[in-house]
Design a protein around this ligand. Structure first.
Ligand code: PGA
Length: 250
């Protein structure tokens, strides 16, 4: 199975900074093993620079961090999946915990977005994860299942495995420096895999499940060596070309 080594730049980098990143990054991952696919979820204003970098060195696939579930219309400040495709994006994130908590996106809205983006021809990485309170009160299973049930409610099996990826990102591990332990990752990824196999009986076992939350060059190899871990989604440590290249090659 392939590994999806993914960067989520969040609200970082100008177009010029993105161009500098790609120049350095492309050189550093020239010897990338064939089973490592690189995805970069970049801010909208860097997509043009990223698409240019992609056309001279297609060592990564480009993704956006958000979209609105409509093709066009009076939605001030929003971007449609077709606009993203036209800007060179193959992927889009849905359900990142920052969108859920800061921007109050509901589970139903995340599901609507995921289904719309897939039907418009983008691949979707659905992010799920529990807060510390939810984990401490024994709700891990219920929280992940609900996020997946609603997030994939209208997503047909025909999109699996290649157009869907799941990212398990415990909220308490995002940007905190506190990476989840081996047992915690194994437990959560087994829950995600079981759900996917039940939801998509013939293809669920092939959908990539990524871990995200304080992944660094030093801990990446151990994480991707775990059962049911098919890649990583990296925030802070993806901003420097050298660090992210070390992660991709870990
Ligand atoms: P982090 O972010 O690697 O900075 O913890 C991960 C994410 O939010 O995707």
């Amino acid at each position: 199975m392939k590994y999806l080594m993914s960067a989520n730049w969040k609200m970082h980098k100008t177009a010029e900074e993105a161009a500098d990143f790609f120049k350095a990054f492309g050189e550093k991952i020239a010897k990338k093993p064939a089973d490592r696919e690189v995805l970069i979820f970049a801010p909208f204003t860097t997509l043009e620079a990223a698409a240019r970098a992609h056309s001279s060195n297609p060592c990564f696939e480009l993704g956006a961090q958000n979209c609105y579930p409509a093709d066009h219309g009076a939605f001030t400040g929003e971007i449609s999946p077709s606009m993203l495709k036209a800007s060179g994006c193959a992927w889009v994130l849905a359900g990142h915990s920052e969108r859920r908590s800061i921007f109050k996106e509901s589970e139903a809205f995340v599901g609507e977005k995921a289904a719309f983006a897939l039907n418009a021809g983008l691949k979707v990485m659905l992010c799920v994860g529990e807060s510390l309170e939810e984990r401490d009160s024994g709700k891990l299973n219920a929280v992940l299942e609900k996020q997946m049930r609603e997030g994939l409610a209208n997503v047909a099996e025909s999109f699996a495995p290649d157009s869907i990826a799941l990212a398990y990102e415990p909220v308490w591990a995002i940007g905190t420096g506190r990476v989840a332990g081996k047992e915690e990752i194994l437990e959560a990824h087994a829950i995600v895999r079981k759900f996917l196999e039940e939801r998509y009986p013939s293809r669920g076992k092939e959908i990539c499940i990524l871990y995200g939350g304080s992944v660094k060059p030093e801990n990446c190899a151990e994480i991707i060596g775990l059962d049911n871990v098919n890649g990583v989604l990296v925030g802070g440590a993806s901003l420097k070309a050298g660090d992210f290249a070390d992660i991709v090659l870990a």
